[in-house]
Design a protein around this ligand. Structure first.
Ligand code: PMP
Length: 462
């Protein structure tokens, strides 16, 4: 990287030549962008000399924290031994073999094989094709439709965005593609409490939307149901406790595949290795990425159950699908080093038994703030629902998203990275965050709420 380039010059160059993901380029001012230059543990530094607490672990991915030299060293060693070779045409290599064994060991007992890609989006593309291929091999090619949920996020590729239930994404380019049906999400604060049902009743109702959809379309036409254990990008939607048991019951009675999108929940985020472990579901396929390498190198994949793998083995035939970088050796080395750290430091146990409960108690304490309608957290992923009047939990801000953005901007100004989804703030810190850092994060979040609340009142938004 060039040295001695001023912060402003970096921003000018970025403005000229870099198209950012999920960005309104017309609205992004040159100096508004933030140039992150360094990171260590839960801390980030930018080119203007600010130090920020990374409450989002990058993009929900840096589970072991930033700056782990051990991962870099493992990648460097792998690069000098074998930097690249493919896994097509009857070939394989030691790091992909070692990583696959490691993941099979961590995954639920009935899941023992891994297919690799480079991201969560392409993992879901693989799943889209694999579900259909599986049913073709089973002699039921008409089982093509995949049921997904509104406000789900499954990636940005054509299949990923189609499986996802984001209206804004669908509007851009005639999505979803055919063969996908979206049902209601189990979003208690946003949609449930308005229905007159209790939270538990609403969980059952939302689960039964799956049964209703299957019965309406016909079980003989449905290939799979895909869902995130906790919807992440949709706003950290933690389902009512009744939801997953009822979904599991419905799936047990019907012959369709269940796909758990573990791109965020996988690798410890919810206090178990996978969200499926936390909620007791039995996936046939799991999409993985993010925490798999803690983002040190790009990697994603699909963990495949024995049910599906056995059919691929026994009925044979070539599945015409794969990526140049499937099982990239350097990414495998990063994943192995990352998972080794997670196991050695017992990070998943800590999320379940130590730092998770500590963080949660403090986070739920933010629920007392006059602007917070609900504070929720599971493992180390949470949200604050911002509302204009605490005496009326049903009331929402007029211009959806405006107050969320105000609060998010205050959060950055207070040196804390939180993300806004509609009018909520979400958090997903590195799993390595300490109690002291948690206290610091909560103090900054509290100040953020105070600042946002005074801005909101000053502008008459509440
Ligand atoms: N699935 C889920 C649940 C995700 O949260 C994401 C990314 N946030 C994806 C898929 C897509 O992953 P990627 O951005 O690596 O393509």
């Amino acid at each position: 990287m060039r040295v001695n380039v001023s912060s402003h010059d970096l921003k000018v160059l970025d403005h000229k030549h870099h198209l950012h993901p999920f960005t309104d380029h017309g609205a992004l001012g040159v100096d508004e962008r933030r140039v992150i230059t360094r990171a260590d543990g839960v801390w980030l530094w930018d080119s203007d000399g600010n130090r920020l607490l990374d409450g989002m672990a990058g993009l929900w991915c840096v589970n072991v924290g930033h700056g782990r030299q051990e991962i870099g060293e493992a990648v460097r060693a792998q690069m000098s031994e074998l930097s690249y070779y493919n896994t097509f045409f009857k070939t394989t290599h030691p790091p992909v073999i070692e990583l696959s064994e490691m993941i099979a060991d961590l995954a639920p007992d009935h899941m023992n094989m891994v297919f690799y890609g480079g991201s969560g989006s392409d993992a879901n593309d693989t799943i889209f094709r694999l579900v259909r291929y599986y049913w073709d091999l089973m002699g039921k090619p008409e089982k093509k439709t995949i049921i997904a949920r509104k406000n789900a996020y499954h990636g940005s590729t054509v299949a990923g965005a189609s499986l996802g239930g984001m209206g804004g994404m669908h509007e851009q380019g005639d999505l979803p593609i055919s063969g996908i049906h979206h049902i209601a999400q189990p979003y208690w604060f946003g949609e449930g409490m308005q229905s007159g049902m209790s939270e538990d009743e609403f969980g059952i109702w939302a689960a039964r939307e799956l049964a209703r959809a299957i019965d309406e379309i016909g079980e003989d036409k449905i290939g799979a149901f895909i869902a995130e254990p906790i919807q992440g990008a949709g706003g950290v939607i933690i389902p009512p406790t009744t939801y997953w048991p009822e979904v599991s019951r419905i799936l047990e009675e019907r012959d369709i595949l269940f796909v758990s999108d573990e791109v965020i929940c996988g690798f410890g985020r919810t206090g178990e290795w996978f969200g499926a472990d936390t909620y007791g579901t039995k996936p046939d396929l799991m999409a993985i990425a993010k925490g798999m390498t803690s983002g040190y190198l790009p990697m994603g994949g699909v963990i495949v159950s024995d049910r599906v793998a056995d059919v691929l083995h026994e009925k044979g035939g070539e599945f015409y699908h794969g990526y140049t970088y499937s099982g990239h050796p350097a990414a495998c080395a990063a994943a192995i080093a990352n998972l080794t750290i997670m196991k050695r430091e017992k990070l998943v146990d800590s999320v379940r038994d130590q730092i998770g409960p500590y963080f949660r108690e403090r986070w739920l304490g933010l629920g007392d703030h006059p602007m917070v309608g609900e504070a929720r957290m599971k493992g180390l992923v949470g949200a604050l629902e911002l509302i204009p009047d605490k005496k009326d939990l049903m009331k929402r801000f007029g211009d959806v998203g405006k107050v969320g953005t105000i609060a998010r901007d205050h959060s950055f100004a207070n040196g804390l990275v939180m993300r806004a989804v509609r009018d909520s703030l979400i958090i997903s810190p590195p799993l390595t965050i300490t109690e002291e850092e948690t206290d610091e994060l909560i103090a900054r979040a509290h100040k953020t709420l105070d600042d946002a609340w005074s801005t909101v009142r000053k502008h008459g938004l509440a």
